[in-house]
Design a protein around this ligand. Structure first.
Ligand code: URP
Ligand code: ZN
Ligand code: ZN
Length: 470
């Protein structure tokens, strides 16, 4: 078994902060202590660097079919990019078809990842249809390690479920231990507004956010929280973009003794603003995602909510599509909506930039502790999605998923140098005062000074346990 000794780093977990050595044997952390005198195949001096648990991005979409196209990163390019930015675990989404079974979807998504992922990965299940004879599949999936289920109150044609079906799934999750994840936007209102804009000739990307107002997100968020309360189950609201939706989560957490409502936001809602693309030019297609990017004044309440634990996680909802037709041989993607914003494939890239952006925005600009940075980028997601303490911390017996974060290593985000397979970066030009010098995934150094040294297929599929409150 190969061994690795990381000497003299400042070890940061969600709760600890101390200087020590970490000894790794095979893929696990074997010992942590001061001045360890161990023989090792390799020793790395981490003096002056933070040793943090690898990031856990609990919301990605690699190789996702959207209409006629697929998100432009597959499990190989997307996980290499994730690792470059300090993320060593992703949880992606298998999507049930309206007429198919959930197991068929899981098989399809596992085949997409097999032999490609360079870091470990789990799968959530998107429920697109739940007749009574498929309810047993939810129980089986929880037993098999798919312990979270996403449902939609939006996208009427493809994914939206009625309240009765959502409630039925919630009750079943209450019985089998699964965690319900909700995409909360009022799909019917959005559909009406979007159709109206198109009929009026308002076809440019700036009408995308106008068709998905704050109220549509806050309304659906409030509604699914109440449904979850009625069903007596926890609920995790994905990609919270609106401060109004966040306020609904905060109010529910404040009134609930179990505090069993959880919220996730994403770098795009913390760093990007709709004012930047409200000029009607097609360049705005870069930022078309759902829920949409809001006005700048919406950012600070979300940052504050993360600091105050009104929101628990930052995931990326990484779902890239290229602006340029033919980039790396990929077909037309965002261009599909040049004449109609409704045809722009929804999603933005970010899996490579999440840790950088939360470090810069949280620790450097807003004075967060390093512990909070680790909690929202790694530990909370590991607990909620049943991979803690294997992932999300630095402890004896945990997977050796470690990032050596150098606070003196500046990094400027640029599409020209990023590893994501997409021809733009929404954070182009942002400079971050700190960056990973090395990224270690289950004991293997897979990134060293921005050079990838891993192999496709090294990542393992994670059968996850049921959720724990973070
Ligand atoms: O625009 C987005 N977010 N695309 C990905 C699908 C989803 O709803 O998470
Ligand atoms: Zn969603
Ligand atoms: Zn998503």
């Amino acid at each position: 078994m190969s061994t690795l000794l990381i000497r003299n780093g400042r070890i940061i977990t969600a709760t600890d902060d101390y200087v020590a050595d970490v000894f790794v044997e095979g893929d696990k952390i074997k010992l942590i202590g001061a001045n360890l005198q161990m023989q090792s195949d390799r020793a790395i001096d981490a003096t002056g660097q933070y040793v943090i648990p690898g990031g856990v991005d609990c919301h990605t979409h690699m190789d996702l079919p959207v209409g006629a196209v697929f998100s432009s990163d597959d499990f190989e390019t997307g996980t290499i990019a994730a690792a470059h930015g300090g993320t060593t675990t992703i949880i992606d989404f298998a999507t049930q078809s309206r007429t198919g079974s959930m197991h068929a979807a899981l098989d399809e998504w596992l085949a997409k990842a097999e032999g490609k992922a360079v870091i470990d990965y789990g799968m959530h299940m998107i429920i697109a249809n739940l007749p009574d004879d498929l309810l047993g599949e939810m129980d089986a999936l929880v037993r098999e390690g798919v312990t979270s289920f996403k449902m939609f109150t939006a996208y009427p044609e493809r994914l939206q479920l009625d309240d009765g079906t959502i409630f039925k799934a919630m009750q079943r999750a209450g019985a089998n231990g699964g965690l319900i994840m909700m995409h909360a936007e009022n799909g019917s209102v959005i559909d009406y507004l979007a159709q109206k804009f198109i009929a009026e000739g308002k076809t440019t990307p700036n009408y995308h956010p106008l068709s998905r107002p704050h109220q549509a997100e806050a309304d659906a968020t409030q509604r699914v929280i109440l449904l979850a309360e009625l069903a007596g189950v926890p609920v995790y609201i994905v990609h919270v973009s609106s401060h109004r939706a966040m306020e609904a989560i905060r109010a529910a957490r404040d009134r609930g003794s179990l505090r069993a409502v959880y919220g996730e936001t994403c770098p795009q809602y913390l760093w990007l603003a709709s004012e930047d693309y409200a000029d009607g030019k097609f360049d705005g297609a870069k930022y078309v995602c759902s829920p949409p990017i809001r006005e700048r004044a919406n950012q600070e309440p979300l940052w504050r909510a993360l600091a105050a634990d009104d929101l628990q996680t930052v995931a990326t909802d990484h779902c890239p599509f290229c602006m340029t037709t033919g980039f790396k041989g990929l077909p037309k993607q965002k261009e599909l909506g040049r004449d109609n914003f409704r045809n722009i494939p929804n999603g933005v890239p970010g899996v490579e930039n999440r840790m950088h952006l939360i470090y810069q925005g949280g620790v450097i600009q807003r004075g967060w502790t390093l512990n909070r940075f680790v909690q929202v980028t790694s530990t909370a997601a590991a607990k909620l999605f049943g991979v803690f303490p294997r992932k999300g911390t630095i402890a004896i017996g945990s997977d050796a998923d470690l990032v050596l974060w150098d606070p003196n290593r500046q990094h400027t985000i640029r599409a020209a140098t990023h590893f994501m397979r997409v021809d733009y970066n929404p954070y182009e030009g942002v400079t971050v005062d700190g960056s990973p010098s090395r990224v270690i995934a289950r004991g293997r150094v897979i990134f060293e000074n921005d050079q990838f040294g891993g192999k496709a297929g090294q990542g393992e599929y994670l059968k996850r346990g049921t959720y724990a409150s973070p």
